[in-house]
Write a protein that binds this ligand. Structure first.
Ligand SMILES: C[S@@+](CC[C@H](N)C(=O)[O-])C[C@H]1O[C@@H](n2cnc3c(N)ncnc32)[C@H](O)[C@@H]1O
Length: 288
């Protein structure tokens, strides 16, 4: 297998890749206002959910020339509530919205060095505390408006989701994985993921996938379960094809692609995650 794995900003690194060469893009971008991976200005740190959706769609538009006309794109995007983490603002921010000195002094690494959500004034409409923002749907619609063809809205249901402490709504136990294509004719190997039906015949697996989350050690907690990526790689790319993850994180897409006989292109901007992905990949080969 020929893998191209590099540490840096995907929008720079992609320029080394041959146009129209990628069979499958599968990824999970940073979600809006959920985590701090790399600091100011990173994707996910936008002032509003709308700005996030627009920037994320810009990001995928820039990658589009590198996809084959028959390519598949699977993007897992998470949602959040307006005002989520609002209780932490006083700890993180002073009245002018600047990070407090006390918070800077904590020198914590990921996730806690700034408030999870920017301070946005409530407007009684979309912007009101407790509002589910429907970010995945907004993103999918934005992509459609830019010409991407949406083929599936896969529900990744998480049977092992930890119980929530909330008492005035239901525990959220799923995420969306959108399947986009560029053209009406595209590669798709349904047989590769068919499941056994009650009548003993193989059938379409449907668009609700019950897959447990897979915790890893280390600082990166937003990892893809290998089984989720496996399903996508199997139906979305030919053997020996090229699979691309523009937000490689801990390297799940790389490991799965290698195991399934696909070449992988993977870019990750955070050096620590990149190093972790390297060691995880080496281990995966030893344990085969
Ligand atoms: C949700 S995580 C991906 C997790 C991955 N699916 C896994 O299984 O580990 C998003 C990753 O994108 C990285 N990232 C954010 N902006 C980036 C950029 N412009 N170029 C490359 N990587 C980026 C972050 O550092 C983070 O590791």
């Amino acid at each position: 297998m020929k893998h191209t794995i590099a540490c840096g900003d995907t929008l720079e690194l992609i320029k080394q890749i041959e146009p129209a060469s990628i069979d499958l893009l599968v990824t999970s971008p940073p979600y809006w206002a959920k985590r701090v991976y790399n600091g100011d200005g990173e994707i996910g740190s936008e002032e509003t959910p709308e700005a996030y959706v627009s920037r994320l769609a810009d990001f995928f538009d820039e990658l589009r020339p590198y996809l084959k006309p028959t390519a598949n794109v699977f993007i897992n995007v998470g949602d959040t509530y307006f005002g989520s983490g609002a209780g932490a603002w006083s700890k993180y921010l002073d009245n002018d919205g600047n990070v407090t000195q006390a918070q800077k002094d904590r020198k914590e690494k990921y996730f806690t060095t700034k408030p999870l959500q920017p301070k946005i004034k409530q407007n009684g409409k979309l912007y009101q505390n407790k509002q589910l923002l429907l970010i995945p749907s907004r993103f999918a619609i934005e992509m459609q408006e830019r010409g991407w063809l949406l083929r599936d809205d896969i529900i990744w249901q998480k049977p092992n989701r930890i119980p929530a402490s909330v008492t005035d709504r239901l525990n959220n136990t799923y995420e969306h994985v959108f399947h986009f294509v560029l053209n009406k004719k595209y590669f798709f190997d349904l047989d590769a993921i068919k499941v056994l039906g009650a009548n003993g015949r193989m059938k379409n697996p449907g668009d609700v996938w019950a897959i447990n989350t897979q915790p890893l050690t280390g600082n990166h907690t937003a990892t893809f379960p290998e089984q989720l990526v496996e399903q996508i790689v199997l139906c979305g790319s030919p053997k020996d094809g090229i699979v691309f993850d523009p937000f490689l994180g801990t390297g799940t897409t790389w490991i799965v692609s290698d195991r399934l006989g696909r070449n992988c292109i993977g870019f990750e901007i955070n050096q620590e995650f990149f190093d972790f992905a390297q060691s995880r990949f080496k281990e995966s080969r030893v344990s085969e």
